[in-house]
Design a protein around this ligand. Structure first.
Ligand SMILES: [Ca+2]
Ligand SMILES: [Ca+2]
Ligand SMILES: [Ca+2]
Length: 294
């Protein structure tokens, strides 16, 4: 859903802090390399994400992300490349604070079968097929005949929000990788930053910082390095204010921003969600909220 990506672009513009962690990578890698071939495949990766990082991706997505980290055509990943996936794991572990959470099933219990249908509707960007939802249920230990309470279903929705965020980030990455070679060169990155923040200072800062984000020093930003930009979402609100010079913006101003970045005008349904009472004063929080609602 392209409209949700708008909020990610604020994060990208921030060049926020890198992820940091003290994870025992070697131990996790060895424990999950179940066929001991020294490589992690998509199925093994899905298990790692679920067990060690409390997140979820489908095997199909695991395959895609591996190919975007490897860049050598292989669908299995060695230890050094695996460690580089840390920012992705971090995003998948993140839980938003969703006080006004969506009402997946209120306080009622729901059959797994019905829940599956709802998840398929709400997370259509994550699940391409019904069978992919079953991958998640299998990891959790649910089968189609079970029913689940509201707490469990909320937990699952929270997990999937993080999955969707990473997927949206991947969508942004794909969108601005103009030549589709699965990496950003300096030119593509500057072009993206220029669109988000046309002021010269931001572009200069982006150029200067590109080097520090290019962790393997090959003068390109791959998906793992790009995901680093998003690991610490806090400064995005400040970026929003810097960009517009104020904390509240009008629909027209937002429209200009949207047009510059993605072309076209803000979809009407997005405007309705952002500004249901037509106050014409949109805050960063308003945008963030709709990015979290499905
Ligand atoms: Ca293996
Ligand atoms: Ca490229
Ligand atoms: Ca690089």
């Amino acid at each position: 859903m392209i409209s949700n990506k708008i909020v990610l672009l604020f994060f990208v513009a921030c060049f926020v802090e890198k992820c940091s962690s003290t994870v025992e990578w070697r131990e996790i890698f060895k424990r999950n390399d179940s066929n001991s071939d020294g490589l992690i495949d998509a199925v093994e990766l899905q298990k790692i994400i679920f067990q060690d990082f409390k997140g979820f991706i489908t095997v199909r997505l695991a395959d895609i992300y591996i190919s975007f980290i490897n860049l050598n055509g292989s669908n299995k990943i060695g230890f050094e490349q695996f460690k580089r996936m840390a920012p992705l794991f971090e995003i998948l572990s993140q839980r938003g604070n969703s006080e006004d959470n969506d009402k997946v099933n209120g306080s009622e219990t729901i059959s797994v079968e019905n829940f599956q249908v709802k998840l398929l509707q709400k997370f259509g960007d994550v699940f391409k097929k019904k069978i992919e939802v079953l991958e998640l249920f299998k990891l959790i230990g649910l089968n189609e005949k079970d029913s689940i309470g509201s707490e469990k279903s909320k937990e699952i929705v929270d997990i999937l929000r993080a999955t969707l965020k990473l997927n949206d980030l991947y969508g942004v990455f794909r969108l601005f990788d103009k030549d589709k070679n699965n990496v950003f060169d300096g030119e593509e990155l500057v072009e993206l930053i220029q669109k988000v923040r046309p002021d010269l200072a931001a572009v200069e800062r982006a150029k200067a910082q590109m080097k520090s984000y290019d962790t393997n020093g090959n003068d390109e930003i791959d998906f793992a390095e790009f995901s680093n930009l998003y690991c610490s979402p806090l400064p995005a609100e400040q970026t929003f204010e810097d960009m517009f010079g104020k904390p509240l913006v009008s629909i027209d101003e937002l429209n200009d921003f949207y047009e510059r970045l993605l072309g076209g005008r803000l979809p009407l349904n997005l405007i309705n969600q952002l500004d249901p009472l037509r106050k014409n004063k949109i805050s960063y929080q308003d945008i963030n909220k709709i990015a979290n609602v499905f």
